[in-house]
Write a protein that binds this ligand. Structure first.
Ligand SMILES: [Zn+2]
Ligand SMILES: [Zn+2]
Length: 182
């Protein structure tokens, strides 16, 4: 079993990530990947990651600080933030991961129905949380983007595309995962 540290990330600009979200992410990751999820204590979003003009957090800066906070163990790291994330080339990202590497971060900010003007919906939120966690953790295990409509590894650049995905790996991605684990 591969140790995967799962940490809620606190940031003053985003809402806190609920226990239900952390729990459903732990369950799906242990279902799909050969990992034992270790709940890490909450960490603060690094202040240097925050861009006050964009009012977003830099995903690459967060990954760097995550790795600095946990230099050796666990083997994989996933932070979950309520803050909105960006990378310099894109207006926002749902998450970011080092391809085949150790660290990933996902944001719940744009996955809440409220962000899009809808009423809160816990089941929808949890489904989206599972899908984004699978996607970024898939990248940690070397999976790249997939063309299969329902596959969690398909690229989504808005919430409509995102909701076409399901919290599953398609057979093709599952086979590549097995290959990568050998
Ligand atoms: Zn991706
Ligand atoms: Zn796939």
């Amino acid at each position: 079993m591969i140790e995967l540290g799962l940490a809620p990330m606190l940031c003053p600009e985003g809402s806190q990530v609920s226990e239900a979200v952390m729990e459903t992410i732990k369950e799906i990751l242990e279902d799909v990947f050969p990992v034992r999820v270790q709940a890490l204590p909450a960490i603060n979003s690094p202040p240097e990651a925050y861009d006050s003009v964009r009012r977003q957090h830099s995903a690459p800066v967060i990954l760097k600080s995550l790795l600095a906070a946990h230099p050796a163990n666990p083997a994989k790291l996933l932070a979950v933030t309520g803050g909105d994330l960006f990378i310099p080339m894109l207006s926002f990202v749902f998450g970011q991961a080092q391809l085949g590497g150790r660290a990933a971060v996902i944001s719940m900010a744009r996955l809440t129905p409220e962000f899009h003007g809808f009423d809160p919906d816990l089941q929808l939120l949890l489904r989206r949380a599972r899908t984004v966690a699978l996607h970024e953790t898939g990248h940690l295990f070397g999976l790249t983007h997939c063309q299969t409509q329902e596959c969690a590894m398909r690229l989504a650049t808005n919430i409509h595309q995102f909701d076409l995905k399901r919290a599953v790996l398609c057979p093709g991605c599952a086979a590549i995962l097995l290959e990568n684990l050998r």
